[in-house]
Design a protein around this ligand. Structure first.
Ligand SMILES: [Zn+2]
Length: 475
């Protein structure tokens, strides 16, 4: 019997807001001393009241709209009750039956094939604190408590661990693109729970799934799903497929899953409406404005760069990944009308430095360098040197042309001056001229070198070469 995997994801992403979701505490606590970014609200002290951070709403609806979701005119918050040391209130404020957005879809491209993955909902909630288990006990750090999160829930549309991984990476790109989340996996800003079940291929029915909790990297998402498929496959082969839903944990070091408990159902959390927060409402016009504000997304750019600009797959992928890079590239294309050359310079020169995007080198520099190259004013190594120099802070505001002159990179293409040099070299080297006429190609290289020497390196090599050949054929 051939089995197929049915996979759905829940993705938690921290929003890149200045302050936390219900209080004014600094939301950027990475690397800070434990429990130094806290206040009575995010510590869950009795009698404290949450106040909704409007930036949290803005970023969440922008992210949701970018995932194709419909922003809801009315949404509300609910308390999700459970006891755990990382949750000082004893409840999380989340959204249960009326989330902020629903019904989205995200396109992914897996090995050249297009797939549409449905998004059930995106809702807003707060993060919990962080626990560190040591030999002597468990340490609690509440700096993260109250950080705004969106939870993205997909339909069970994914069919392989690889698809799930590609999808998760696409979500990361989109959230970064619309500045909803920095989605830095290493800082725990994006985490996954993955649900997976198997079924005989061709069946539509869904079988009891296991939910793998807290996957913190793209690699563990892939490995955990691969492992769980193998585990469930064995059960199917023994004719004892999973009978009930289970929560399983992924042990990174051992690369295996362990069944922890039966999966929680909604009633285990005793949800009820959050009494201390008003609902969130949007008018039709406001929703429209949010939707119109969503820029062209990475995958669409990727396709466009390939078809319209004739970039290679790798070039298009790299340039469409981050908003600032895509914008830089597109502006250089607008200014130069040379997509391929712009891509080449940006990828090979600019991106070889991590600090390229500090605003010193501009799309205008790239366009000007392409222009100078085209006019034979500079060589390709000169182009590299100009762009590298433009990335230095001390050269801020200097144009490509100014840098060319500063660096003495201007090549002489003026035929009058070049002719003089060429003639001089020909008359001073009769032996080499003779050799060339007798078919020794190497002699041409020698003469060429002489002209460059006479010019002090300023002659434009391709122009010199043409001129030399012409002159030699005349004599
Ligand atoms: Zn606080």
């Amino acid at each position: 019997m051939e089995l197929e995997a049915v996979i759905g994801l829940e993705i938690h992403a921290q929003l890149s807001t200045k302050s936390k979701l219900w209080c004014g505490c600094d939301n950027d606590a990475f690397g800070a001393e434990p429990n130094t970014r806290v206040c009575p609200v995010c510590m869950g002290f009795p009698g404290m009241l949450p106040v909704l951070n409007s930036e949290g709403i803005d970023k969440s609806v922008r992210g949701a709209a970018a995932l194709g979701c419909k922003i809801q005119k009315f949404s509300k918050f609910d308390r999700k009750n459970y006891f755990y040391p990382d949750l000082p209130n004893g409840f999380q404020i989340s959204q249960y039956d009326q989330p902020i957005s629903k019904n989205g879809k995200v396109e992914i491209s897996v090995e050249g094939k297009k797939r549409m993955i449905g998004i059930t909902r995106v809702h807003l909630e707060n993060d919990a604190g962080k626990l560190t288990h040591t030999k002597s006990g468990t340490l609690c750090d509440y700096n993260r408590s109250g950080t705004p999160l969106i939870e993205i829930v997909t339909e069970p549309d994914l069919r392989s661990p690889q698809e799930a991984q590609v999808f998760a990476k696409e979500i990361q790109k989109i959230l970064r693109f619309v500045r909803t989340s920095d989605a830095d996996m290493e800082k725990g800003m994006m985490r996954f729970d993955a649900s997976i079940s198997l079924r005989p291929k061709g069946e539509k029915k869904l079988y009891p799934r296991s939910e793998i909790k807290n996957l913190n990297s793209f690699a563990s998402l892939l490995k955990a799903l691969q492992y769980e498929i193998k585990r469930q496959k064995k059960l199917w082969e023994k004719k004892t497929p999973p009978e009930k839903e289970a929560t399983v944990g992924w042990i990174d070091d051992e690369e295996k899953t362990v069944v922890m408990r039966d999966k929680e159902a909604a009633h285990d959390y005793r949800y009820f409406p959050e009494p201390d927060l008003p609902p969130v409402t949007f008018s039709e016009e406001e929703i429209q404005k949010i939707e119109e504000g969503i820029p062209e997304l990475p995958l669409s750019k990727f396709h466009r760069y390939k078809t319209d600009y004739k970039l290679s797959e790798a070039e298009a992928l790299k340039l469409s990944e981050r908003e600032e890079l895509a914008e830089f590239f597109e502006t250089s294309v607008k200014l130069s009308d040379e997509p391929k050359k712009s891509a080449n310079l940006i990828l090979s020169v600019l991106l070889s430095r991590d600090d390229w995007y500090r605003g010193f080198v501009t799309p205008q520099h790239v366009a000007d360098v392409i222009d100078l190259l085209g006019n034979g004013k500079i060589s390709s190594s000169g182009a590299k040197e100009i762009l590298n120099t433009a990335m230095e802070e001390k050269n801020k505001g200097k144009s490509a042309k100014e840098l060319m002159l500063d660096l003495g990179l201007e090549q002489v293409s003026d035929t009058g001056e070049l002719e003089e040099w060429v003639d001089r070299v020909i008359s001073e080297n009769p032996a080499s001229v003779e050799d060339y006429k007798n078919g020794k190609e190497k002699a041409l290289q020698f003469l060429m070198g002489q002209v460059m020497k006479v010019s002090g390196g300023a002659a434009n090599p391709p122009v010199v070469l043409e001129m030399l050949k012409k002159r030699l054929s005349e004599k």
